[in-house]
Design a protein around this ligand. Structure first.
Ligand code: UDP
Length: 192
């Protein structure tokens, strides 16, 4: 059961449990997606029905920061802990590298995803990067086709919120990936 914080239902998981659940979704058939809303996104969801549907429709809804965790505590339904997207991504990549699953990096300004890929290969030498693409494309279909052609198991979608959530919901299945993760500015972080 999810914990409601002002209209967004959050999964009540520790980081370890969240990563385990992510790996389980990858192992399952079909396409799944993860969102990591912060209070600003919760606010957006109150005003934007499409964003609300995309966020609450995710297979994993993780509290990105202390703001959501505090909100849940004040509402009398505490969450176990914060599970920030960038940390979730780091733990997940460890597992992807160990299990030979491939990752596509989508988003951020031109050159950033490639730079992030290089840095990530240093941190996780066994990580298979299936491809990269910047987040400032005009047409969606060629990008979807590129991801599908790469055969990636997982896609990090870093287009900012709520764009990335809407994108994952609409195009996720056509990418052929098992799991898409909406991770905001994470590629900028990984690029260093
Ligand atoms: N971004 C993108 N395409 C866009 C808009 C934003 O790739 O059309 C990228 C931006 O370069 C940044 C990331 O999305 O790397 C997240 O941006 P921001 O920090 O504003 O979002 P948040 O992390 O707060 O969701």
């Amino acid at each position: 059961m999810r914990i409601d914080v002002l209209g967004v239902g959050f999964d009540n998981l520790t980081m370890a449990e969240a990563v385990e659940q992510g790996m389980k979704l990858i192992a399952e058939g079909g396409c799944h997606y993860v969102v990591t809303p912060n209070p600003e996104i919760v606010e957006v969801c109150r005003e934007n029905p499409a964003a609300n549907e995309a966020v609450n429709g995710a297979d994993l809804v993780l509290p990105d920061g202390v703001g959501v965790v505090k909100g849940a505590r004040i509402l009398g339904t505490p969450l176990k802990e914060k599970t920030p997207g960038v940390e979730f991504a780091a733990h997940l990549m460890e597992r992807l590298a160990a299990e030979g699953k491939s990752l596509f990096l989508l988003g951020a300004k031109p050159g950033i995803a490639e730079q992030a890929a290089e840095k990530l290969k240093e941190t996780y030498p066994d990580l298979v990067i299936a491809g990269t693409h910047d987040g400032y494309f005009k047409e969606d279909e060629p990008v979807v086709a590129e991801i599908a052609g790469s055969g990636a198991d997982v896609v990090f979608v870093c287009l900012g919120a709520p764009k990335q959530e809407l994108w994952m919901k609409r195009y996720g299945p056509a990418t052929g990936a098992r799991l898409l993760c909406g991770l905001g500015g994470s590629l900028d972080v990984f690029a260093g």
